[in-house]
Ligand binder design. Structure first.
Ligand code: PGA
Length: 261
């Protein structure tokens, strides 16, 4: 049994509506009722958090409720932003930080991402720090430098005492929503680099406890091979998480891989 419990997150992005999101949540909950050995979370759009929370609660599910982003201030004149306090009030347990669409579409920089991650971890929730290189960066052979910078700056001023609430998602930008996936070996190499970076920051013992998950066009047929890699502890799933059957299959693959590691 792996010392790191596999983690699978379903990032719904700006998809679903109240009805389809509810159906999706019910499908995920029902599909995972008898599955153990995996920590599963769904990340619906903000307006549906309360609706999805009541579905998870009513069915006594262990599926966690996540948010796709957060602002680092507690309250005040920040039009359009949502604070951690508000999210906690809605039952959020986990928050994505620094997703590549926030970095590359919305222009978020490492320093802002660090403030957000500190807010989440200091607030006692699980923070999923997303890192990953663009296609140009990979073609230039810079993937390790980029991921290393994103991990280092993302984790600035975050003490080891909070690290058990950290999950790192390696999501090569060129693989997100494109249908292209990293090979399991390429992903494993990137994860191993990230773990050694974490080890330099926090020591080997803490680094060995941090879950590093893969994201980028993850589908059920690829999941088992990915999760069999020693440093791949689960996945962050976008497109395939909008289909309950596919998401459940990926969660099951993670649970099975965790049991055989
Ligand atoms: P994808 O998205 O599975 O659709 O590539 C992954 C993500 O962005 O988290």
């Amino acid at each position: 049994m792996a010392e790191r419990k596999p983690f699978v997150g379903g990032n719904w992005k700006m998809n679903t509506n109240r009805t389809s999101g509810s159906d999706l949540a019910r499908g995920v909950v029902d599909g995972l009722l008898t599955v153990d050995g995996v920590e599963a979370a769904v990340f619906p759009p903000f307006p549906y958090l309360l609706t999805i929370r009541s579905i998870l609660r009513d069915r006594g599910s262990s599926v966690r409720l996540g948010a796709q982003d957060v602002y680092f201030q507690n309250d005040g004149a920040f039009t359009g932003e949502v604070s951690l306090a508000m999210q906690k009030d809605c039952g959020v347990q986990q928050v994505l930080v620094g997703h590549s669409e926030r970095r590359h579409v919305l222009g978020e920089k490492d320093e802002l991402i660090n403030k957000k991650l500190r807010t989440v971890l200091e607030g006692g929730l699980v923070g999923v720090l997303c890192v990953g290189e663009t296609l140009d960066e990979r073609l230039a052979g810079h993937q390790d430098i980029v991921c290393s910078r994103q991990v280092r700056t993302g984790l600035a001023e975050i003490p080891g005492s909070m690290i058990d609430r950290l999950v790192v998602a390696y999501e090569p930008v060129w693989a997100i929503g494109t249908g292209k996936t990293a090979t399991p070996q390429d992903a494993q190499d990137a994860h191993a680099q990230i773990r050694s970076q974490l080890s330099r920051l926090y020591g080997a013992e803490l680094a060995a406890r941090i879950r590093i998950i893969y994201g980028g066009s993850l589908k059920p047929d690829l999941a088992a091979d990915m999760f069999a890699q020693p440093d791949i502890d689960g996945g962050l799933v976008g497109g395939a998480s909008l289909n309950a059957g596919d998401f459940v299959a990926i969660c099951k693959a993670a649970a099975a891989a965790g049991k055989s590691k």
